[in-house]
Design a protein around this ligand. Structure first.
Ligand code: NCD
Length: 341
């Protein structure tokens, strides 16, 4: 399993160039379309490995990966931890609650400390937009953004794209990219790094993106990013191929953004009846954590043929394995690191 299969998009990578020239993975905004496709293609081998009984590869043996999480997380932290361990790395988790951050240490001093421990990759989740870049500027190893404030969550967007690609292919579509697809992202767009990363990623892969939220939860001027903006969820769903639902990020809200969860569900909750407005067989996605009965009904979240929410979680491990592999190739002395196979 050490060899990289010939990726189907190899012809689209720049001839003779590096398929992935970046040291860090801070945001989808830094990536070209062919770099996104490269990471998706790289992840396919890990999807296959993860479906085997023995899910282990010694690619990162001897390397130390530090997961520095300054914000609560269940699935993202677990997913990065499993990814690092399946690739054979020594994985260490640092939770902010137990760290010196609580003792007043600055983020830069924390970064310098992590660097001094000679980590080979640092995965950061932080409540402030831009914190990951700040740390990346201070350390010598690759830094992966596991979500920084309201800015970006690149591995989430990549795993969403991979899950969508798999779901489309399972239905017999070529799914080279998402050209011709209309994808609705509905929820608390204002506070969502997932919405921002997905908007960039889905558009780079050819999809038309509709953003839907109550006016108070829609960033002003977001149209400039090329999305169609809706405040009426029924209208947004009309003929859509995918509905991606987002949670209300109450922990980021200061003040009252919506009258009540009940009213929010009435206007913006994805119910079975509402989903009927979308294209026949439209897919349902959610990055988690879900608030059943608020932004999504259980009946919809658990639809076997339409909901790909658990597939998203599965793809998360593969995408993070691909990101850890690709970003540590230079340090591992892999010939032509980041080069397309
Ligand atoms: C998202 C996040 O943390 O931004 N969750 C995740 O990573 N799966 C979305 C959210 O918290 O609502």
């Amino acid at each position: 399993m050490t060899s990289t299969p010939n990726p189907p998009h190899a012809a689209r990578y720049p001839a003779g160039g590096l398929a992935f020239p970046h040291r860090d993975l801070i945001g989808i905004g830094q990536l070209e379309r062919h770099e996104i496709l490269f990471l998706l293609d790289e992840a396919e081998q890990w999807v296959a490995l993860n479906r085997q009984a023995t899910k282990h590869e010694n690619l990162l043996s001897g390397l130390t990966v530090i997961n520095a999480f300054f914000e609560n997380s269940t699935r993202t932290l677990l997913s990065f931890e499993i990814a690092g361990k399946r690739l054979g790395a020594d994985v260490v988790n640092m939770h902010a609650a137990q760290s010196s951050v609580k003792k007043g240490e600055t983020l830069i001093d924390t970064a310098i400390t992590l660097n001094a421990m000679r980590a080979d990759a640092i995965v950061i989740r932080h409540g402030s937009s831009g914190a990951t870049q700040l740390i990346a500027d201070k350390v010598d190893c690759p830094v992966l953004n596991a979500g920084d404030g309201q800015h970006e969550h690149p591995t989430q967007a990549l795993l969403d794209a991979l899950a969508l690609r798999h779901a489309l292919r399972a239905r017999g579509a070529a799914a080279e990219d998402f050209t011709g697809l209309t994808i609705v992202i509905c929820g608390d767009i204002l506070h969502s790094r997932v919405a921002r990363s997905n908007l960039l990623c889905l558009q780079a892969l050819g999809a038309s993106v509709r953003l839907c939220a109550p006016p108070a939860l829609m960033p002003v001027g977001i149209e400039a990013m090329g999305a169609e903006v809706f405040h009426d969820f029924d209208a947004a769903l009309e003929g859509a191929d995918v509905a991606m639902m987002l949670r209300l990020q109450t922990e980021r809200m200061s003040g009252q953004f919506i009258p009540s969860a009940r009213e929010y569900h009435h206007l913006y909750g994805l119910t079975k009846e509402r989903l009927d407005r979308a294209a026949k067989d439209a897919l349902v996605m959610h990055p988690g954590p879900m608030n059943r009965g608020v932004e999504i009904d259980s009946e919809v979240a658990d639809m076997i043929d339409r909901s790909i929410i658990t597939r998203q979680v599965e793809m998360g491990v593969a995408i993070r394995m691909a990101a850890l592999d690709v970003l540590t190739r230079r340090a591992r002395g892999v010939a032509g690191w980041g080069e397309a196979a």
